[in-house]
Design a protein around this ligand. Structure first.
Ligand SMILES: O=P(O)(O)OC[C@H]1O[C@H](OP(=O)(O)OP(=O)(O)O)[C@H](O)[C@@H]1O
Ligand SMILES: O=C(O)c1cc(=O)[nH]c(=O)[nH]1
Length: 199
């Protein structure tokens, strides 16, 4: 399949920044994998952060549109993605979306209004979730459930790379809730290009 310019730039940057590693890795789900995608490595400089912002923003504009109110970045690596993309959307399109993130640990001091969620969360908002990868989908379903409890409406999730290992029950949840699941690249795109670069 012919890649679009923003997909190719994203892919080249993942490979150049060393975000794709081979070895033996334990994933959040408990699974063991022979490869790991560390988007943190791809965002670790100003240029990298800018390229990541550009890739996700291009994906939103090309394939989703702007029918959402709030961008959620799952802790931790989704957080800079949500921040960068909301800023980029404002600079490029003049649209001012709310954005925010969750905490992995509860805050037990200060203003408890943000003990679990930080940022521009408003009841009734349509949510776009942005994250680094999709593995079995468990993190995203759990977070969407918590956001629904707060009165928000899930619309879509966009990840940089779909590892193509989503659990059936999570796929079913997204389908039944009408939540679109989009990715800039699939793991096949990434592994194929990593192989051809080595050859
Ligand atoms: O369960 P899924 O929805 O398929 O997604 C997999 C999640 O696992 C990782 O999070 P983790 O909390 O390990 O990473 P981080 O704190 O480094 O972002 C990854 O960043 C995804 O958010
Ligand atoms: O499932 C995970 O934990 C996971 C996989 C991956 O490729 N990259 C990552 O950051 N997390």
């Amino acid at each position: 399949m012919v890649m679009r310019a923003f997909e190719k730039i994203f892919l080249d940057h993942l490979l150049a920044s060393g975000a794709l590693k081979f070895g033996r890795f334990r994933l959040k789900s408990g699974r063991v994998s022979s490869y790991f995608i560390n988007l943190g490595a791809a965002m670790a400089t100003g240029k990298g952060a800018s390229l990541i912002a550009e890739a996700y923003t291009s994906k939103i504009l090309a394939d989703l549109g702007l029918s959402f109110d709030y961008i959620h970045g799952p802790a931790y690596k989704g957080i800079p993605i949500a921040a960068l993309v909301s800023a980029r959307l404002y600079e490029l399109e003049g649209v001012d979306k709310r954005w925010g993130y969750d905490r992995k640990e509860m805050k037990d001091h200060g203003d408890r209004v943000d003990e679990w969620f930080v940022g521009g969360i408003n009841r009734g908002d349509r949510v776009l979730m942005l994250d680094d990868v999709l593995s079995d989908g468990g993190t995203k379903v759990e977070l969407f459930r918590r956001l629904i409890e707060l009165g928000l409406e899930p619309v879509a999730v966009i990840v940089g790379v779909d590892r193509r290992e989503i659990k059936d029950e999570n796929r079913k949840w997204f389908d039944e809730m009408g939540v679109r699941v989009l990715s800039i690249l699939s793991v096949e795109d990434l592994l194929e290009h990593a192989k051809s670069e080595k050859a």
